[in-house]
Ligand binder design. Structure first.
Ligand code: ZN
Ligand code: ZN
Length: 298
């Protein structure tokens, strides 16, 4: 069963259980974190929110993304058990809350926070709108096109290829280990969130995925922000290609629906895509609505 569906609906039936059953149930519902080393001294942490990557080098620790405040505290505790080195750098793939609201746990313990200049702009806009500025730790370093950072034996390169999931998505390459954090530029086998309020572009997103799958190679391990239940948050260049194909087909489908005179409401209500795809689960309305709005905005 779909986990999210299960969680939503289990809340409704919770009252029908005995106390003992409720206890067992509660422990099942907890989301324990998972840590997995990928290659060299680089690993990933997953609990709730966008996948975190970390580097435990002899010169210090680098973290990519921070999930939520509670999760980043778990992460920091776990990393401290594995390394006595200082936290040198926290990188944000983009501004969304499930990637940056945990930044605050690094306040006073990390030397620098780095993100694309638009990620900082977006994080500020959202925090001002939500009146949560005091809960933010903003990047004190930003970049526009590329950025390079060397630590111990590892060289980290950041790339920006224009709007995709937002207008501030960084691609982060650990060159020596050949591991790339794609942030939310890849939703593995799961319908993506496309943040038009933060300048997303499906058309350009497809190009960004093309560039990334050409730039890196078959040895590269890609880390994805999110994955469908039962799928990995890591993958290969082919996963990028397939996600690009999915986005392309969503755009083509919506374009044909618009030509056929369908309204936005009709398009968004589509439940089955008329092409073969491994992308599934809930939230199909999100890419459909974003595609409709993007195509009509021309
Ligand atoms: Zn995310
Ligand atoms: Zn996101």
């Amino acid at each position: 069963m779909n986990r999210r569906y299960f969680l939503q609906n289990s809340a409704l039936t919770f009252g029908a259980l005995t106390l003992a059953q409720q206890k067992i149930f509660s422990s099942m519902l907890e989301d324990p974190w998972k840590i997995q080393m990928l290659r060299n001294d680089i690993g990933i942490f997953t609990e709730k929110g966008g996948t975190i990557a970390f580097l435990l080098s002899k010169k210090g620790i680098v973290v990519v993304d921070a999930e939520f405040p509670e999760q980043s505290k778990h992460l920091i505790d776990e990393l401290k058990k594995r390394s006595e080195k200082p936290f040198k750098l926290l990188i944000n793939t983009h501004h969304h809350l499930d990637h940056t609201s945990g930044n605050i746990s690094f306040k006073g313990i990390v030397d620098h926070v780095l993100g694309h200049e638009n990620s900082l702009k977006n994080q500020k806009n959202v925090a001002v709108a939500n009146k949560t500025e005091d809960k933010q730790l903003y990047p004190d370093q930003t970049f526009t096109d590329t950025h390079h950072y060397k630590i111990g034996k590892e060289k980290i390169s950041l790339y920006y290829h224009g709007p995709g999931h937002t207008d501030g998505d960084a691609i982060i390459h650990f060159e020596n280990a050949n591991i790339v954090h794609m942030g939310d530029l890849v939703f593995n086998r799961r319908h993506p969130f496309i943040d038009r309020s933060a300048g997303a572009s499906i058309k350009n997103w497809i190009m960004v995925l093309n560039k990334a799958s050409n730039h890196f190679n078959s040895d590269t391990i890609f880390v994805f922000g999110h994955a469908q239940d039962g799928y990995e948050v890591t993958g290969k260049p082919d996963d990028l290609k397939q996600f690009g194909d999915y986005l392309e087909q969503v755009l083509q489908f919506v374009e044909s629906e618009i030509k056929a005179g369908k309204t936005k409401d009709e398009v968004v209500k589509t439940t089955v895509l008329p092409f073969k795809t491994e992308w599934k689960g809930d939230g199909l309305n999100r890419p459909l609505q974003a595609a409709y709005e993007e195509l009509m905005a021309k």
